[in-house]
Design a protein around this ligand. Sequence first.
Ligand code: NAD
Length: 398
Amino acid sequence: MVIQPRIKGFLCTTAHPLGCEQDVANQIGVVTAGGKLKTGPQRVLVIGASGGYGLASRISAAFGCASSTIGVFFERPSKRGRTASPGWYKSAAFTEAAHEAGLYAKNFNGDAFSAEMKSAVIDCIKRDLGQVDMVIYSLAAPARTLASGETVRSVLKPIGESFAGSTIDFNTRQLRSLQLEPAQPQEIADTVKVMGGEDWEDWINTLLENDCLAEGCLTTNYTYLGSEVTWPIYYHGTIGKAKEDLDRAAANVARSLDQVSGKAHVVVMKGLLTQAASAIPGMSVYLSLLFKAMKRAGSHEGCIEQTDRLFRTQLFAGEPLRQDEAGRIRMDDLELDDAIQDYVRRYWNEVNQENLEELTDFEGYRQAFLQLHGFDFAEVNYTLDIEPEVSMQVEALE
Ligand code: NAD
């Protein structure tokens, strides 16, 4: 079948297997160009391993440190002529490339929040690797089913007062105004339940109880602070409350890890267009302005450049970490550079339909969105009739 992007609102309902493979190859290229790291983890568990920062972290570990990796994700294989989700294609491409390079790589497709998943992963670690020396928690989930069977959902809303902003439609390139009412207390609590630190703590404690964490084990969890212009919807909104909870959880995780002399880090990453970020109201205008300013300054990075820099200059550099007063590692230094933020602040309220292309890098933002789904890669011939079904071995959840 010939696969074309089918975009509805901020969703693209198709994905291209060859483009997703190209994306993974490009990311591997970024890491291998930097050469092998002198030190690094040998056995890594990545929770949320199929997209954005999790996939990039897995590639950094495997191709930068020759790590064995276990990836946990929630993706959809192709069925009855419908394409798979991008994360399925990308994980399949990663696994094939890792195996070709002689690296161990196993995958679990299912709900990372569940006890069933934790127990299946633990069995696999014990059987194949003995223990792991790094756990990267990079989950971005819309909902969480609790042990009671109840499902709670995260929402992206402001807290206390309503939010008025704009968003850009990918299809029509039209700027639309946006008004969001403040979240109810229950919505805030539910968002913290889904995107806060509780499940990270759960994973680490369960892995520890089962003796799956090696001496000196490191764990990371990614957060975002961003620019003051997005604070009303992000940092001071429901998702920000969940992110605040990571700092609380990090202290508990660090205490638990004392028994193996391990470390826990919350890492502040740059704002980028990923599957999860595309759903955040108002982010399209901010990221389009940010991309314009950062590309002009030559400081633009994608997920892989961020994780590569995190591994090489922070986690495994053997140097003091660049941490803030809350102990978080800051990888958003280039995003928050004064000159970059001056540009964003100057034009944040001035972007309109007429000057959109001139003031922002909407074209680059739109390309990032298409590439997220495997489209718009120059190397891929999109007129070819191709098979949407791509197989990947996933481990059983018993
Ligand atoms: P993403 O949407 O690209 O990836 C999310 C991952 O979680 C995927 O692998 C997906 O399969 C997996 N997942 C979702 N629900 C699951 C479930 N129930 N069980 C198993 N796997 C599940 O997201 P991302 O943007 O890379 O976000 C990862 C982390 O990075 C999040 O904590 C996010 O807040 C943080 N972060 C993102 C940005 C950004 O701009 N995108 C910036 C800073 C920090």
